[in-house]
Design a protein around this ligand. Structure first.
Ligand code: PAF
Length: 286
């Protein structure tokens, strides 16, 4: 199925139509960028689209709320779905092709294959969301093989996801450049995320504390402060700022995500904490 709306953007829902359009571009010698998303698009996503347009002749966005990356008690059903608004944003943003498959097209009956990236997937978010990165790795591998882009862009907001994807692309020799794009923030510092829509007005007012607290901790470590002390203080500050619980505040190697007790370059401070029923994650370079 292919449908054309107001602008130049074309939407397809099956792999055959997707491939046909991309092959036509390839015959014209065009380069292709892929921006995978789960929809409910915001300015952060559109920054990825803008960057993709600067780096390639044609941009393919995907919208697929991937059931395999949600745990049984997570928000798969509640996850915001706004396909019409998303289409308008992509169309206005000059994206060329939208691939929006349904679950049956992505995982037909009998689907039996999974991609699992050992080690790097099992810590931080992986420890708190078992199976999450297997779901991400499986769907991203499929999307990369369906589109076969020259480049694929992902936000640094999901920093561990970006490192997992870099690892799988390298391990499986998938011929694509993975581009990490810095986190886009609201004016008060809160990292843009589709899940921010879950926050009540009161929680929304408290949520920017996450960025402020990890920025302060990162600055203390950069100035020579002790990592264990700075991360412990950040945990306490998060609870004092209204977060119900803290999953982790950790300093890790910026590429391997190996735990660090002394600062090296590159290093990254990553945190996850619960504001009401919303789990927020963020990270900053040290
Ligand atoms: O970051 C996301 O939105 C998702 O994890 C991704 C990369 C689109 C895979 O479903």
């Amino acid at each position: 199925m292919a449908s054309t709306y107001a602008g130049a953007l074309v939407a397809v829902r099956d792999v055959e139509s997707l491939r046909r359009r991309i092959q036509a571009w390839r015959r014209e010698g065009r380069s292709v960028a892929l921006v995978p998303t789960m929809g409910a698009l915001h300015k952060g996503h559109m920054t990825l689209m803008d960057r993709a347009q600067k780096m390639a002749d044609r941009v393919v966005a995907t919208i697929f709320v991937n059931p395999k990356q949600f745990g049984p008690k997570e928000d798969f059903t509640a996850y915001p779905r706004r396909e019409h608004d998303d289409f308008e944003m992509l169309n206005t943003g000059g994206v060329h092709l939208l691939f929006a498959p349904d679950v049956a097209a992505m995982y037909p009956n009998g689907f039996a294959t999974g991609v699992s990236v050992a080690g790097i997937s099992e810590q931080l978010d992986g420890a708190h969301r078992p199976g999450h990165f297997d779901g991400v790795a499986t769907v991203v591998t499929k999307l990369l093989l369906q589109v076969l882009p020259d480049i694929a862009l992902f936000g640094e907001k999901d920093y561990q996801q970006l490192m997992v994807i870099r690892r799988l692309v390298s391990d499986l020799n998938i011929p694509v450049d993975i581009i990490g794009v810095p986190t886009v923030r609201e004016t008060d510092g809160l990292a843009m995320s589709s899940r921010n829509a879950y926050l009540t007005p009161e929680e929304r007012a408290q949520a920017p504390a996450l960025y402020k607290i990890i920025t302060t901790a990162a600055a203390a470590i950069a100035a020579g402060g002790d990592i264990a002390q700075a991360t412990m203080a950040a945990r306490a500050d998060l609870l004092a700022a209204g977060f119900a619980s803290v999953d982790y505040v950790e300093v890790r190697h910026g590429e391997t995500l190996a735990p660090l007790t002394v600062r090296v370059t590159p290093a990254r401070l990553l945190a996850a904490a619960h504001m009401g029923r919303t789990r927020l994650i963020d990270n900053v370079a040290i």
